[in-house]
Design a binder for this molecule. Sequence first.
Ligand SMILES: Cc1cc2nc3c(=O)[nH]c(=O)nc-3n(C[C@H](O)[C@H](O)[C@H](O)COP(=O)(O)O)c2cc1C
Length: 378
Amino acid sequence: MNTFGQLFRVTTFGESHGPAIGCVVDGCPPGIAIAPEDFRHDLDRRATGKSRHTSARHEADEVEILSGVYEGVSTGTPIALLVRNVDARSKDYAQIAEQFRPGHADYTYWHKYGIRDPRGGGRASARETTMRVAAGVIAKKWLAEKHGVRVQGYLAQIGEVVPHGYDLSVVEDNPFFWPDAAQVPALESYMDALRKSGDSVGARVDVVADGVPPGWGEPVYGKLDGELAAALMSINAVKGVEIGDGFAVVAQKGSEHRDHIAPDGFASNHAGGILGGISSGQQLRCSVAFKPTSSLRLPVDSLDIHGNTVEVVTTGRHDPCVGIRATPICEAMVALVLIDQALRHRAQCGDVGTVSPRVPSVAVEAGSELEPQAGGKR
Ligand SMILES: Cc1cc2nc3c(=O)[nH]c(=O)nc-3n(C[C@H](O)[C@H](O)[C@H](O)COP(=O)(O)O)c2cc1C
């Protein structure tokens, strides 16, 4: 299954070390200005080799627009995007081509297909997420222009380290997408020590979307939260997704969790902007748990495809914390779900018009109850 979405449909193709990766975006509304340079910012944010804290692979990630755009504007026909792989080093994988890396997809791909492309993880590589980010750029653009929606992600935890403060204006100024600038030097030291040890660590990425109007989401099998969870869970290495307070609701009382409604806004946002699978007009809040990278130079016992016991040592270029580069990927998946739901809402309910009363979305202020806090407590 390589296709995602109903009305805004994205199909991706390609492997980590194949000649190219790409996607086809079908159902994109006409009239959106799209140029190759529009993809630069988000693809650079996702790219490897931008800091010593991510994989050293250097890909140019130049997007070629093959169709669906005429004189710089989307025509409503399928948009095909292509990115050529220019820095694959397949020899790094020769030694483990017949081995199953514990924690990676080698064993399961082998059982499903009876054959696999071991170079760089093949289709299971996060190289594929380049095209999610590219498609997400188009989605973000349409959402911003038509609805004023803004999707922003940030790293909310690396290992045991959580932000001491949340200032989303500093997130783009450091290699970790970290919301507390004062902690960045300590994170640099933490990651340097981790890299030297040869080990890896997990991370949490939070994504918020502001400006989502009430009404997006299709109960009961197309709930907004259900589709966000599926979309975010489809990203490599994701082991958990929370919406709003997520698993912290288990310990809450109903009187605390329900978000009081007043004419000037909801008093809190435990729900994360979704009620009954439909957006409430409040800030949308998702939180995503990434597992630690499985490809390590630290030896581990495993089997090869012949059933022999082997000691696996993974050399080559790997991310010591995959969550660091995952922020733009999570944003892209949220944007892709939102544009698809927006188009579906327009298709079914476009005649409904404005319904009153409309409770305004409350601005998130530092220190307020609405301000995100790590660990799912908000
Ligand atoms: C941005 C990103 C970068 C990743 N980089 C690596 C990597 O360098 N080495 C690795 O073994 N896994 C990496 N992964 C994780 C694997 O792609 C993933 O663990 C693997 O496909 C198995 O799938 P699963 O973890 O979802 O079960 C990365 C994931 C993401 C999201």
